[in-house]
Write a protein that binds this ligand. Structure first.
Ligand code: XMP
Length: 511
């Protein structure tokens, strides 16, 4: 496997995904991890990511030269390229020649890294400093108009680096360059495939569970469906699934889950009706993180109760969660990343939690989960369903969550979903939150009179993995249809607005 050392830019996850797209397993580690600890993970290769700082700035993260003594192949990208040069005795300086965006790049000597590439192509750059002298033993492979050393390698030590970002799509041949590092410089084998992931997960689940009983929370989403199916494959009838109706679901969702899941997989399913309990717990609460914590807490409590109700309590020892790798990284995951949001499937568990967690998707990105779902033979519709947050509509009502507001939002959301499906553009949209600004009032004129109602926000986004996102350019006709229907059919709503913010700086959800 490959370790991606994160120097704090947005790019580490993207690099990790690209490596996996090249069928090599990768994990992200913080740049603060000591070399001994990195060595203990026995990586087959290391990639140093980009980062926002200048290598020469006070307190800027450095690479411990001992890293290069491990005999492990290392690839430096942008900041990682410069940090590598500095650590090995080369020179990095502010030349006054910055490059941002698409940059014509010329290959001098292909070497192993840039073998088989065209002599010139366009690469995506973002740097103020440059490598002004390569370390001893390195051959310079490419240059640009202002950067004489834009790529280098030392074939004997299996070290290489590039100034640009091969992981971003705007860099031509980026995938090929990463692949050539992985296969040709580092000598790795592409064996991270859905079939292998399934096989390894099943073996790991069997080893963890033994002959114990397992409970799984189905949410209706792709992640829990795939997690449950994996566990079911591994241990069969030792698995019972439970579905919590927390009252924060979309219209018709509960019926859908029952129908789809039980009919398709034959898994044992229990439905817990907990709407009252959740609404009572959420009463008067407006702070998003508090909502998440409460929903997470109640969720676990309902599970505990469900366990008592359905089984001999002592028997159930494990709880399956559909936690994904980006949740782990964003929530800190023990790897030192900032806590951006306490996603309820990672944080917020009560201290008296009685279950040991099984998280079969903890190492996977969303696209990998879908590939695994397909590999497991789940229906296409289920595998490609849009993601929906665990706290459901609870974090799509800005303000207090009440049943009346939920009903209102459910109606608006159903209209948006229905019209999107009719338009045939579902595949273009990663996710389509519909948000009720319950604490905001807007004036309208509907029928004969002035109304004082609430705005609804449409937030359709395109994304590859929810880490970054862009607002969807939905056709005006479709937006108009949705707007007209919502304002006509949903009482209290007299305004529909479209969110045109990318992520960053926004997030996909409003809370
Ligand atoms: P943001 O809003 O951070 O969302 O851009 C990224 C992705 O995560 C989903 N999301 C959540 N999922 N519990 C979840 O299970 C949560 O608390 C939560 N908050 C956001 C969001 O829908 C998007 O897919």
């Amino acid at each position: 496997h490959v370790l991606v050392v994160d120097f704090g830019a947005q790019y580490a996850q993207l690099i990790a995904r690209r490596v996996r797209e090249a069928k090599v397993y990768s994990e992200i580690v913080p740049h603060t991890m000591p070399v001994a600890q990195i060595a203990a993970k026995s990586p087959d290769a290391i990639i140093l990511s980009g980062g926002p700082q200048s290598v020469n700035a006070d307190g800027a993260p450095q690479v411990d030269p001992a890293l290069f003594e491990l005999g492990v192949p290392v690839f430096g990208i942008c900041y990682g390229f410069q940090a590598m040069a500095a650590a090995l005795g080369g020179e990095v300086a502010r030349t006054g020649q910055s490059e941002y965006g698409r940059t014509p790049t010329v290959v001098d000597a292909g070497g192993v890294l840039l073998d088989d590439l065209p002599r010139s192509f366009s690469s995506w750059m973002s740097h103020g400093d440059s490598v002004t002298r390569a370390p001893e033993g390195f051959v310079t492979l490419a240059h640009t108009a202002t950067t004489p050393i834009a790529a280098f390698e030392d074939v004997d030590r299996k070290l290489a680096g590039v100034q640009w970002h091969p992981e971003v799509l705007h860099s031509e041949h980026g995938r090929q360059i990463l692949a050539q590092f992985l296969y040709d410089v580092a000598g790795l084998t592409p064996d991270w495939t859905p079939a292998n992931i399934v096989e390894e997960s099943i073996a790991a689940i069997r080893a963890q569970v033994g002959d114990k009983q397992v409970l799984c929370a189905l949410s209706g989403g792709v992640d829990s469906a795939v997690a449950a199916t994996l566990v079911h494959r591994a241990i069969g009838d030792q698995l019972t699934c439970a579905f919590v109706d927390h009252g924060l679901l979309r219209k018709g969702e509960r019926e859908q889950v029952k129908k789809d899941f039980v009919e398709i997989t034959g898994i044992k399913l229990v439905v817990a009706d907990a709407e009252e309990q959740f609404l009572a717990a959420l009463s008067g609460v407006t702070d998003p993180e508090t909502k998440r914590k409460i929903i997470g807490r109640e969720f676990i409590r309902v599970f505990e109760q469900t366990v008592r109700d359905i089984a001999d309590e002592a028997d159930i020892e494990f709880l399956v969660q559909g936690t994904l790798y980006p949740d782990v990284v964003e929530s800190g995951g023990g790897e030192g990343a900032a806590n951006i949001k306490s996603h309820h499937n990672v944080g917020g568990l009560p201290d008296d939690l009685q279950f040991t967690l099984i998280e079969p998707l903890r190492a996977l990105f969303k696209d990998e989960v879908r590939a695994v779902g397909e590999e497991l033979g789940l229906p296409h519709d289920m595998v490609w369903r849009q993601p929906f947050p665990g706290p459901g509509l609870g974090i799509r009502i800005i303000g207090e969550v009440t049943r009346e507001r939920l009903d209102l939002l459910r109606d608006a959301d159903a209209i948006a979903r229905e019209e999107l499906a009719k338009s045939g553009l579902e595949k273009e949209v990663w996710q389509f939150p519909v948000v009720l600004l319950a604490d905001v009032r807007s004036v309208g004129v509907q029928g004969d009179g002035r109304t004082y109602g609430h705005p609804i926000v449409l937030r359709p986004v395109t994304s590859e993995d929810a880490m970054t996102a862009d607002w969807s350019r939905l056709p005006y006709d479709l937006l108009e249809k949705i707007s007209t229907r919502i304002t006509n059919e949903v009482a209290e709503v007299n305004r529909v607005v479209v969110d045109v913010t990318s992520k960053p700086p926004g997030t996909i959800e409003w809370e």
